[in-house]
Design a protein around this ligand. Structure first.
Ligand code: ADP
Length: 723
C-alpha cells in the first residue's frame, strides 16, 4: 500500500549548509514558515519549515516531533531574505535563521500575570484587615502588591478572592505597542526639506523598491524629513511597518523621545542591550504586524516583518553597521537587499555618505536628495587647521597653543568646548623605561592600554584586563613602567592643569558605560554644567549641545595611518561629524583640527569644506585600483592553534583556489593582528571585477578544502577591517 508521504524541509538555526528533510506524520499540518520541533541526532531542535514536498523520500527520514501552534508564521519575505543574504555573506542560512530566532520565548504562549480587582460584591464577613484591602483595591494589581499596600498578609487577599469580593483578571505581560499617529504635525519644513519629503513620500506610495540617498549636512533636518516619509507610509497603509536602523551608540533615550514626540507613541526598540523580556515583546509584536515603527540596531533587519513598507538607515556611512564577529555582514547592504525583497523604499541618510552609496547615487541607481542648509540661523562651523609642525605643544602635552587660545576664548565667553580624541584610557602604550619592553596582551598581538581611573591595563581588542604591575615583567625593574601617548584620561589631566577653574569631564565608553551614566553626562552637557568635554567617538555622534561652540580634534591624523582602503574616507567622515557638533543652535561654532599633514587630501579638503572634491579624489583612486565600488573585494582569514599549522593550512588553502576569470588573489600573508586570542592568523585578499559573483567564488573556494576542526576560516565580503 502506498500512501502519499508528506515531507517537509526544515531549516534549523545551526551552521548547516541547507534545510533537512523530515516526514510530516499524519495528524500534523505544516506550511512553509511554520515553526516545528524536529530531531537532530540525539537533540530536539526548533526549526522552520522551508518547503513542503510530496514523497516518497529517497531514503528513510525521521519525523517531525510537533508543531508549535503558539508561534507565528515566519513570513515569506524573511525566508527569502535569509536565503539570499546567506549566499551574499557566504554563511550557512541556519546561522542567519539563528539571528532571526534571537528570542526563543517569543515562540511560546504569551505570558500573562494574574491581577486582582474589586468585584463590587460584599464579602461575607468584613474584618478590619479585609476593610483595609478593599479600601486599597482600585485598578488591577498583583495580589502581593495589594497585600503590601494594605499592610496585611497575603492570606487576607486570597480570602477575599474566595469570598468573591475580589476577582482575578489575567493580563498579558507583553502589551501591544501604542499605535503611532501619522497625522500629528511635525516641524514646518523648509523648501529643501519639503522637496525631499515629498519625493520620499511618493516613493513610499509607489510600493516599489526605491533606494534613496538623503544627503544633508549635520543638523539640516534629515530626521525631520524621514519622519515625513514614515508618516506617509502609515497614512498610505494603516498596517504598514517601518524599520529605522541606527548605529548602536546612537540609540539613545533622546532619539526615542524624538520619535515619541513626532508620532505620539514610543516605537518598538531592538538592540543588543535590550533584555530578554523587551526582546520577546518586540519580536512577537513585529511578527504579529502590530509593531508599526521599529527603531533598532543592525540586527533588527532579521526581525520577522510582515508588511515592511519602508526602511531607513540613518548615519548610513557608520562603520558599526559592519558586524565583524560571528556572521560577518554589512547591515546597510543587507537593508538594501531586504528592501528589494519587500518591494519598498530604503532611505540611506547621512551627512557624510559612504563612497559606495555616493557612487550609486551618482550613477542614478539611487535617488539623490540633498539638504544644503541648516534651518533657521544655525550654520556649519568654520574649520581651522592647527599645523603641529609650526605650533607644537610642550613636551608631554598634546594641546597646541592655537587650540589653547581658542579654548580660553570659549571659556571666557561662557561657552563649551569638546576635545575629540578617539582613544580610551590614559595612554595607548605602556613602556618600560629601563629595558624598552612594550607591554602586550598575553594571547594577542596588541599593545595594552593604560587606564588610570580603574588602575588597569586593558587590551581593547579582546577585553583582556590586568592590574598594572609594579615591576617590569621583562627586566624586573621597579616603577619603570610608563604610559606613552595620550588617551582621553590623560588629555583630561592636561586640560585640568591648564584650566583649573573649568569643569572638565571625560566622555567615553568607560565613563558612560551604562545608559544612566550616558544620559547624565549628556544632560549635564546640554544644561551647561560642563565647560570642557573630552570625548571619544561616542561624543562625536548625534548629540545636540546648544552651548558647544568649539571642537578641537587632538590627533586628526591617527586614522590616516592605518593605510587601509577607507582610511581617508573614514577620517574625513569622523572629523566632519565631530566638527559638526559645534554651533548647532544660534551660536556660530568653529572646529580646530590638529594635524601633522595639513596637505593630505582628507585634511585639506575638510578645511576647505569641499566634501565633493574629496569624494571625487577618493573615487578616482579607487577606480584606478579597481577597488570597491568599481570592483569587489573579499578577504579570507585562516586562524589556527600554532604558527606552523597556520602556515601549512594557508598554503593548502591557497593551492585550492578555483579558477575564475576576473579574480585576483593576494596572499597568504600574516594578518596585521597575527595572533588573536591565542590563534595565529593568515590572510588572503581577493579582488574581482564588479560583474563577478565574488560571494559564490569565496564559498566555492572554501568548500574545496577540508580543514581540520582546529583551523577556522572566516570569509568576509566587502571587508572593512583589514586587521
Ligand atoms: P539631521 O538629522 O540632519 O542632523 P535633525 O533632523 O536632527 O538634523 O535636525 C537638527 C535640529 O534642527 C533638530 O533639533 C530639529 O528639530 C531642528 N529642525 C530640523 N528641521 C527643522 C525645521 N524645518 N524647523 C525647525 N527646526 C528644525
Amino acid at each position: 500500500m502506498l500512501f502519499p508521504q508528506r515531507i517537509v524541509s526544515v531549516l534549523l538555526p545551526q551552521p548547516l549548509p541547507e534545510p533537512f528533510d523530515y516526514l510530516l506524520p499524519d495528524g500534523l499540518e505544516a506550511s512553509p514558515g511554520d515553526f516545528v520541533v524536529v530531531p537532530l541526532g540525539p537533540r530536539e531542535l526548533i526549526g522552520v519549515v522551508w518547503a513542503v514536498k510530496a514523497g516518497p523520500p529517497s531514503r528513510p527520514l525521521k519525523a517531525v516531533i510537533e508543531t508549535i501552534p503558539a508561534a507565528p508564521n515566519l513570513p515569506e519575505a524573511t525566508r527569502t531574505f535569509i536565503d539570499r543574504a546567506s549566499k551574499y555573506v557566504c554563511t550557512p542560512p541556519g546561522n542567519l535563521l539563528a539571528m532571526t530566532m534571537r528570542s526563543r520565548e517569543a515562540l511560546e504562549d504569551a505570558p500573562t500575570e494574574r491581577l486582582v480587582v474589586a468585584s463590587g460584591e460584599a464579602p461575607g464577613r468584613l474584618t478590619p484587615a479585609r476593610e483595609k484591602v478593599l479600601a486599597e483595591a482600585g485598578a488591577p494589581v498583583a495580589p502581593a502588591d495589594l497585600a503590601r499596600a494594605a499592610g496585611v498578609s497575603s492570606g487576607v487577599v486570597k480570602g477575599l478572592v474566595d469570598a468573591g469580593a475580589l476577582t482575578i483578571v489575567e493580563r498579558t505581560l507583553d502589551p501591544p505597542f501604542e499605535l503611532p499617529d501619522a497625522d500629528r504635525t511635525g516641524k514646518p519644513l523648509t523648501a529643501d526639506q519639503q522637496a525631499a519629503a515629498a519625493m520620499l513620500s511618493d516613493f513610499v506610495r509607489e510600493r516599489a523598491y526605491r533606494p534613496a540617498l538623503l544627503d544633508g549636512i549635520t543638523g539640516s533636518g534629515k530626521t525631520e524629513v524621514y519622519f515625513e516619509a514614515i508618516a506617509a507610509a502609515l497614512r498610505d497603509d494603516p498596517e504598514a511597518q517601518v524599520l529605522v536602523l541606527l548605529p548602536e551608540i546612537a540609540l539613545t533615550q533622546a532619539v526615542m523621545q524624538r520619535f515619541e514626540d513626532r508620532f505620539g507613541a514610543v516605537p518598538a526598540e531592538w538592540h543588543s542591550a535590550a533584555g530578554s523580556k523587551a526582546r520577546r515583546r518586540a519580536w512577537r509584536e513585529v511578527a504579529a504586524g502590530r509593531a508599526r515603527i521599529v527603531v533598532g540596531a543592525r540586527s533588527a533587519l532579521f526581525l520577522p516583518f510582515h508588511n515592511l513598507r519602508l526602511i531607513v538607515v540613518d548615519e548610513e556611512h557608520d562603520g558599526s553597521y559592519k558586524q565583524e564577529e560571528g556572521v560577518i555582514y554589512q547591515a546597510r547592504d543587507l537593508a538594501v537587499l531586504r528592501a528589494h525583497i519587500g518591494a519598498c523604499p530604503v532611505i540611506l541618510a547621512s551627512a557624510t555618505p559612504s563612497l559606495e552609496t555616493l557612487a550609486n547615487a551618482k550613477s542614478g541607481r539611487y535617488a539623490h536628495l540633498k539638504l544644503k542648509a541648516r534651518p533657521g540661523t544655525a550654520r556649519l562651523p568654520d574649520i581651522l587647521l592647527a599645523d603641529m609642525r609650526l605650533h607644537p605643544p610642550e613636551k608631554d602635552r598634546w594641546i597646541s597653543p592655537p587650540l589653547v587660545a581658542a579654548m580660553e576664548e570659549t571659556l571666557a565667553a561662557g561657552e563649551q568646548t569638546l576635545l575629540y580624541l578617539n582613544r580610551r584610557g590614559y595612554a595607548p602604550l605602556v613602556l618600560c623605561k629601563a629595558c624598552g619592553e612594550r607591554l602586550k596582551a598575553p594571547d594577542t598581538n596588541s599593545w595594552l592600554t593604560e587606564h588610570r581611573y580603574s588602575g588597569m591595563l586593558v587590551c581593547h581588542l579582546t577585553g583582556f584586563t590586568m592590574r598594572k604591575p609594579s615591576h617590569c615583567p621583562s627586566c624586573g625593574a621597579e616603577g619603570s613602567l610608563a604610559g606613552v601617548g595620550p588617551g582621553v584620561e590623560r588629555l583630561a589631566e592636561e586640560t585640568r592643569q591648564r584650566f583649573p577653574s573649568a569643569r572638565v569631564e571625560v566622555f567615553s565608553s568607560d565613563t558612560a558605560s551604562t545608559p544612566e551614566a550616558l544620559l547624565d553626562l549628556v544632560t549635564r552637557m546640554e544644561e551647561g554644567a560642563i565647560d570642557i568635554l573630552i570625548g571619544t567617538q561616542i561624543a562625536a555622534k548625534g548629540h545636540n549641545f546648544p552651548k558647544l561652540t568649539l571642537v578641537g580634534a587632538i590627533d586628526a591624523d591617527s586614522g590616516l595611518k592605518g593605510g587601509d582602503l577607507r582610511a581617508g574616507e573614514r577620517t574625513f567622515q569622523l572629523l566632519q561629524q565631530v566638527a559638526g557638533r559645534a554651533g548647532r543652535a544660534d551660536r556660530p561654532g568653529r572646529a580646530m583640527i590638529q594635524t601633522y599633514s595639513p596637505e593630505s587630501p582628507a585634511i585639506a579638503l575638510l578645511a576647505a569644506g569641499d566634501r565633493d572634491a574629496f569624494m571625487e579624489s577618493e573615487l578616482e583612486s579607487r577606480e584606478l585600483m579597481g577597488f570597491p565600488p568599481f570592483g569587489r573585494l573579499g578577504s579570507v582569514i585562516l586562524a589556527a592553534g600554532s604558527s606552523e599549522q597556520a602556515d601549512e593550512w594557508a598554503r593548502a588553502f591557497g593551492a585550492a583556489q578555483p579558477n575564475a576569470s576576473g579574480v585576483e588573489v593576494w596572499g597568504p600573508a600574516p594578518a596585521p593582528i597575527t595572533v588573536l586570542r591565542g590563534r595565529h592568523r593568515r590572510r588572503f585578499l581577493v579582488r574581482s571585477e564588479r560583474n563577478v559573483d565574488l560571494s559564490a567564488f569565496l564559498s566555492a573556494w572554501k568548500s574545496r578544502v577540508k580543514l581540520p576542526p582546529s583551523v577556522r576560516v572566516a570569509l568576509d565580503v566587502e571587508p572593512y577591517s583589514f586587521m
